[in-house]
Structures are given as C-alpha cells and as structure tokens.
Design a protein around this ligand. Sequence first.
Ligand SMILES: [Mg+2]
Length: 269
Amino acid sequence: MARTLKDLPSALDRVDELARRLAGRRPAVFLDYDGTLTPIVERPELAVLSESMRNIVRDLAQRCPVAVVSGRDRADVERLVGIDGLVFAGSHGFDIRVPGGRRIARQEGENFAPLLETIKARLHREVDSIAGSLVEPKKASVAVHYRQVAEAERPRIAAVVEAILADHPTLRVTPGKMVYEIQPKLDWNKGHAVLWLLKALGLTAPDVLPLYFGDDVTDEDAFEALAGRGIGIYVGGAPGEAAEDRPTAAGYRLETPEETGRLLDTLAR
Ligand SMILES: [Mg+2]
C-alpha cells in the first residue's frame, strides 16, 4: 500500500539517519517557498521570509547548491528570498535561472502569453463579483485564490475554472492550497525542473544527495522525481489543510516552516 503523508516519520526525529545517508555525499538542496520557508498567509504578498530563515539559507548556500523552486513568478520569489547565488525556478519550474549571470536557463510555454491574457480578463469578468476572490496574473499562469471566499461561494469559483478548461483544452489546472492555478498543459512540472537542474548543474554523480522540501501537491512531482535517488521532505501545512491520507513519495515530514529552518540549520553546519 502506498505510503501516505501521515505515515511519514519526522525528519527531526531521524537526524542521525539523515546524517548517515549524507555521509560521504554532497547535499543539493531544493526548497519550495510558500508553506515551506514561510508560513501560509492570507494573501500571497504577505509571505515574507524571516531574517533568521534568510541567514540559515544563506549559510547553507555557502556549503552546497541551493535552489528555490516555487509556483511564484521567478522575479517575485527572487525578491522575497533576497539571497544572491541561489538557483531560482519560478512558475512551478517553467522559468529557471542559474546564478552567475542574468542568463535565463530555461523557459517553458512562453507562447501561451496571449491566451493567459484572455483567461485573466475572463476570470476578472466572472469572479470579481465573488467577495474575497483574488485573480493573480503570473508569468506562466493565472491563479485564482479563494482562501477568503465564503465556503458557500467556493463552488462558483470551481465552476468558472471548469468552464475555462472545457473551452481551452490546451490548459490545465494545478490545485494548490485554496488556489486554482491555470497553466499551459505541458509535460513540465517541479519534478522535471529538479531533474533538469541536477543535470544542468552537474549534480548527477552518485556522491550527490538531492533533498527536496515542499508542502503542496505540486511538490509531489519533485518527491516522485527524486524517489530512489534523493530525499523528499514534506512540510505540513496549516491545520485542517494537510491532506493526511494523500499518497506521497516523500520520505520524511516536518510540521512547520520553523522546523524546516531547524533541519536546514543542521545541514548548514
Ligand atoms: Mg508551497
């Protein structure tokens, strides 16, 4: 039977085991942002990185390669993290930049921009009247947040999204925490991005141990991509939102971003 999130042991209870797995190997650390490095907040712009977490990640990046892999636009997450020398993969890995220059390493789905523009306009027309909804145009997707929408109104948002998908078979929706993210239907996700980065950064040798930290459904693609060759660490979300019975390819869990900080701190030493 597939392992579910609630079956995962705490990574903090297993630091010795993790140290053994890391012995003689170099870690390569991949970090989601929202819910992993910062607590989930009411509005996306409020997810500010704490100074202590910034210091921990900065220290870690002195010791090993660190990449931030987020659903946010790359420029947005780069600004929020505010550390030079990291790899940034934005838009769920659709937009990747490696350090050492302004070179954009990889951009997927650029030709979808006009269609996403149309979708943004349609969403504004159809959901702006629903109190609490928030349409967020992003570089490679359009997100509709419903965290602040009354429970009874949420099916209306879902219906709008469904209708859009029915009209546009080249699009798909990625569900997240109280958000629908409408994006191009391309065979590319955080997992592909992580594997692409390992190759691009020359980190495919057996002495490299990739670790991926993430809290959301989209992070499962990365856990799966690393299954058998790396370590997936699920970070528990806000109470009541964690899909405890969800099957997972992660190997460990942490309860909060604060615990993420504690584990990263031990890795940085
Ligand atoms: Mg997240």
